[in-house]
Design a protein around this ligand. Sequence first.
Ligand SMILES: Nc1ncnc2c1ncn2[C@@H]1O[C@H](COP(=O)(O)OP(=O)(O)O)[C@@H](O)[C@H]1O
Ligand SMILES: [Mg+2]
Length: 351
Amino acid sequence: MRNIVGILLDRKTYLGIQSKQTGYEQIDLYNQAAEKLGITLFYICLQETSGKSALGLCYENKSYRLLRLPYPKVIHNRTLSLSPYMLKKLKHLAASSHVFNRQNRYDKLLIHKLLYTKESLRAHLPATLAYSRAHVLEAMERFTDFFVKPTSSSLGKGIIKLSKLEYDTWEVYWSNKEPKELSREQALAFIQTKVGKQTYLIQQAIILAMHQGRPYDLRVSVQRGAKGKWQVNGIAGKVAAKGRQVTNLGIGGEAWACELLFQRSGFQPQRMKEAVEQLSLKLAETLGNRLPHMADIGLDIGVDLTGHIWFIEANGRDQRYEFKQLKMDDSFYKTYETPLLYAKYLLNKRG
Ligand SMILES: Nc1ncnc2c1ncn2[C@@H]1O[C@H](COP(=O)(O)OP(=O)(O)O)[C@@H](O)[C@H]1O
Ligand SMILES: [Mg+2]
């Protein structure tokens, strides 16, 4: 068998392959792309790896076979939230295979710091501080609007937003509740009860462009492709649910075509898309240089009321469902094909 590429999945996803119950993971698109590229896919999960081999499902000639094979030379990691034991197994696997996107959860403060080293990106990074009482007080002096967010990815959960009112009172947004009006001390105490022992950061709020009075931002898929170079495979809009300050789809946000959102905000759609693409490529290249196994990220990018573009966060395991919802079939397919093109490039490079 030539050109074997491993796809490392969570066990539940792996077990659902043949019954087509793989959640957001669109296995048939991997298969379609593999056929086109002359690749044999080997679907595996960490639970079934041992020694130097894995028991997995091999997809070839339009059918699956359960086989035990040596570890493939190149593997695309699509697992999430591994236990310490599974992380150890992943490390073992990565010692003999090239596992790209091996790490796919990153501390948001670390990502900010890495990007901040690149001077040309600074104008696109909202001011970000580690969480502490002193830094909340500093943020209250410096900003009229700011977020307090968990440093690890959270699907929009656990996020607090503060907006300054007159007389040093703050409007505090939490979850889907009506905002509370709190004094400075009350706000500090409220934040502390929500943060508890978790790690949080503080971030200047971007005054996001709006659609029907609801803020929106963008999900941009950036992946390494055939020559190892980063490329943008799609841009989708995400509009916050009514009354919310976060746009995540899992908590009521809605996917919208970005062209339409830009047009209604008075931005020239094509020009704005190109500018978002340019910045996204620069962000991905900068992160990729510092985190070499990174090859597939979903960026949250905000555009403010004046049309300035901002980086919000980088997701290491993009679910890509905005593209599915918006029926952006070409983009959706490319998000599956591009990692395989990259895998093929790595295979050829390794010889
Ligand atoms: N600094 C910010 N300015 C404006 N909106 C923000 C900011 N940070 C977060 N948001 C909003 O909250 C959403 C979730 O924040 P994000 O940092 O992406 O965390 P998560 O990992 O939970 O998705 C963003 O998509 C955006 O809508
Ligand atoms: Mg996000």
